[in-house]
Design a protein around this ligand. Structure first.
Ligand code: AMP
Ligand code: MG
Length: 650
């Protein structure tokens, strides 16, 4: 049992026992499905064009023959095959043309009598008496109103008989068939304009949280944009449901209960997100127990991410509370909710494409929880390689940029480096990138790779830090590793860190310096050294540091010497986090790079240039995408774009 589940115990003595029990993924699915199925499926009639993507409610039986008459497949002449039995190159047969041309849509008026032929177009109905068509290419004019034919014709030649495509009374489509363009074509050919289909389940979506603001609205302090409302709605629509978004509701029990009741009234299913873990304002699961029987089926599932998932059934309707973090919400939604939603929608289970790939690094996993790990795929020497995209459960970009995910069994505490793993793809096909960049990320990278993307090359950049990038490059898993590693012994950047098989491609310089809020009199106009002295002299002044191992950290430590001012232990891992801490006044000074300081509107005192270069895997140098990158890096356009953003191209 997880500590967050246990802590709910004291909160409400009337909480059901099942709130305290974490179920395995399999048990939770089994209980949820048992409470929901079998169930009646609602159907509706829809015009053909609006039935696309929906499953048929019943069999479709053809009421007419298709084609409805015997039809010519070619342009030519309708004949009696017996007339041509003796036709050959040496003994052509002459047929007199009937005074009629059968175009498409023309019903024939005259019979084809022995010794005659009627001109007929592709799609024209076969006239009475005729039993074969001779292609126009195999005939010659023979005087006025006659043709000569030099080969025999078999009965039925180039004729499609009535009902040969679809026979009246035939079941053309079976119940459950998902209507695609081909099925629509069959129905149209049979004259069917309306279909009885499974009505898509109406799914109400509610986001919960005082902190949520809808995209498009200004972001207030401490607020975040509501991601789940949009992503959950889209995922519902992708899986056969009809999402209706009821907005983000504050963590207020009465307000939320009213919203949930309103949403459930007009829907077949309700999906909430947030408010299901141990937070003080988490009230939604208490409301659920008042909404209908049997109520909560599972609260707490041994999934990672996604433990606080809550599954309920209220008077026959599924009610689900997804975890708040968008990636956790999506994994639990896809793994636990999509199968139920698709079944309600009459759709078959998803058949996601899977590939096998090697995992290059060890992935630790929590024992007892089924763990999903997002991965990016790159092509290695011996096949596909799956890089875990580790940004934590709060990161939405890892979800959007990953190629798929792998699953670590609840009974495993790790996946060893070198393991072969099955990767479930987010898209039907693997897009193996043309250029793979693994290492430290910099916004300048996007500027340099822009022309490659325009040329249709797929560039994959995986941020694992300088050292992680170097390790990947040494294993030959990428083309370039962007690095900015300072060697204290030689006081130089990057070159001392290259190993065999790698060469340095100079990138650009990033000016590092002290950042502070513009106008702060303690720092304005000083040198970096003087600014730090001023900061140390003011006990109210708070700094923001950087993580151990960051090149920037070395510079900070040099400036600080033995001093450990307030804020020293606040050690974020990125230039942007430092700027945000100062801009939002959680700290007063720190060190970041000039472009980031500028983008945040902060004051900046330059100190030293950091070298951001590329370790190139020599064996991959001749690849076209590598050459394209080198060209873009050295181009006037690339250099100008870098300068414009505040970098100094090397
Ligand atoms: P909760 O489960 O409500 O405690 O939320 C857990 C985390 O997910 C918090 O950081 C929330 O701010 C975040 N979160 C909750 N709902 C959303 C949402 N709709 N969009 C983005 N983040 C969310
Ligand atoms: Mg919340």
């Amino acid at each position: 049992m997880g500590s967050d589940m246990r802590s709910q115990k004291g909160r409400d003595a009337s909480d059901q026992e099942q709130f305290l029990t974490i179920l395995s993924r399999e048990d939770a699915v089994a209980r949820f499905e048992a409470a929901l199925f079998p169930r009646a499926i609602a159907t509706e009639d829809r015009p053909l064009a609006q039935a696309l993507g929906l499953p048929l409610a019943g069999d479709i039986v053809a009421e007419i023959d298709v084609p409805p008459f015997d039809r010519s497949n070619v342009d030519g002449f309708a004949v009696r095959s017996a007339d041509l039995a003796a036709a050959s190159e040496a003994t052509p047969v002459r047929l007199v043309l009937n005074d009629e041309v059968i175009a498409c849509g023309t019903a024939p008026a005259r019979p084809v009598l022995t010794g005659t032929a009627t001109s007929i177009a592709t799609g024209g109905p076969l006239p009475r008496g005729a039993d074969a068509i001779v292609m126009v290419e195999f005939t010659q004019p023979a005087g006025a109103k006659a043709i000569a034919i030099r080969r025999a014709a078999s009965p039925g030649q180039f004729v499609s008989y009535a009902g040969s495509d679809i026979a009246r009374g035939e079941a053309v489509l079976r119940a459950g068939t998902v209507i695609g363009s081909r099925e629509i074509g069959m129905c149209a050919a049979s004259g069917i304009a309306k279909l009885s289909v499974v009505r898509p389940p109406r799914v109400a979506v509610i986001s919960t949280g005082d902190e949520l603001v809808q995209p498009g609205q200004p972001l207030r302090p401490a607020a975040i944009y509501d991601t789940n409302g949009a992503i959950v709605s889209a995922a519902i629509n992708e899986n056969g449901g009809e999402a209706k978004f009821f907005g983000a509701i504050a963590d207020d029990e009465a307000e939320l209960e009213a919203a949930m009741r309103r949403a459930l009234e007009s829907s077949d299913m309700l999906v909430l997100s947030g408010g299901t873990s141990k937070g003080a304002g988490d009230v939604s699961h208490r409301i659920i127990s008042r909404l209908g029987k049997p109520g909560i089926i599972a609260h707490g599932v041994a999934l990672k991410p996604g433990k606080p998932l809550c599954l309920a059934v209220c008077d026959g309707k599924p009610v689900v509370i997804l975890p708040g973090f968008p990636t956790s919400a999506m994994f639990t939604f896809h793994d636990m909710i999509v199968p139920v939603l698709r079944r309600m929608a009459g759709l078959p289970p998803r058949t996601d494409a899977k590939v096998v790939a090697t995992v290059p690094v060890r992935i630790v996993s929590e024992l007892g929880r089924t763990e999903f790990v997002m991965v990016s795929l790159v092509e290695g020497a011996g096949g596909l390689i799956a890089y875990p995209s580790g940004k934590g459960s709060g990161a939405i970009t890892s979800f959007a940029q990953a190629d798929g995910f792998l699953k670590i069994d609840a009974l495993a505490d790790q996946m060893p480096a070198g393991s072969e793993a099955e990767v479930t793809l987010f898209t039907p096909h693997v897009r193996v990138p043309d250029l793979v960049i693994v290492g430290s990320h910099c916004t300048g990278l996007d500027l340099v790779t822009a022309p490659l993307a325009r040329a249709g090359l797929v560039v994959r950049s995986i941020a694992v830090g300088s050292l992680g990038g170097l390790a990947a490059a040494k294993r030959g898993e990428c083309d370039f590793a962007p690095i900015h590693l300072f060697d204290e012994k030689s006081e130089t950047y990057n070159t001392p860190f290259l190993g065999e098989g790698l060469e340095l491609v100079p990138g650009w310089r990033r000016m590092q310096g002290i950042v502070f809020r513009s106008g702060d009199a303690r720092f304005e106009g000083l040198s970096a050294q003087a600014a730090v002295r001023a900061a140390l002299a003011d006990p109210a002044c708070i700094m923001v540091n950087r993580n151990q191992g960051a090149g920037t950290r070395i510079l900070i430590d040099r400036l600080l010497g033995e001093a450990r001012p307030d804020g020293y232990w606040n050690q974020p891992r990125s230039h942007n986090a430092v700027a945000a801490a100062i801009a939002q006044a959680r700290a007063d000074w720190g060190m970041t790079i000039a472009p980031v300081a500028r983008a945040s509107g902060l004051g900046f005192i330059p100190l030293a240039e950091e070298h951001y270069d590329f370790a190139l895997v020599t064996a991959r140098k001749q690849r076209p995408a590598v050459q394209a990158f080198l060209e873009a890096l050295g181009s006037d356009e690339g250099r100008a774009a870098l300068e414009q953003a505040g970098f100094r191209p090397a």
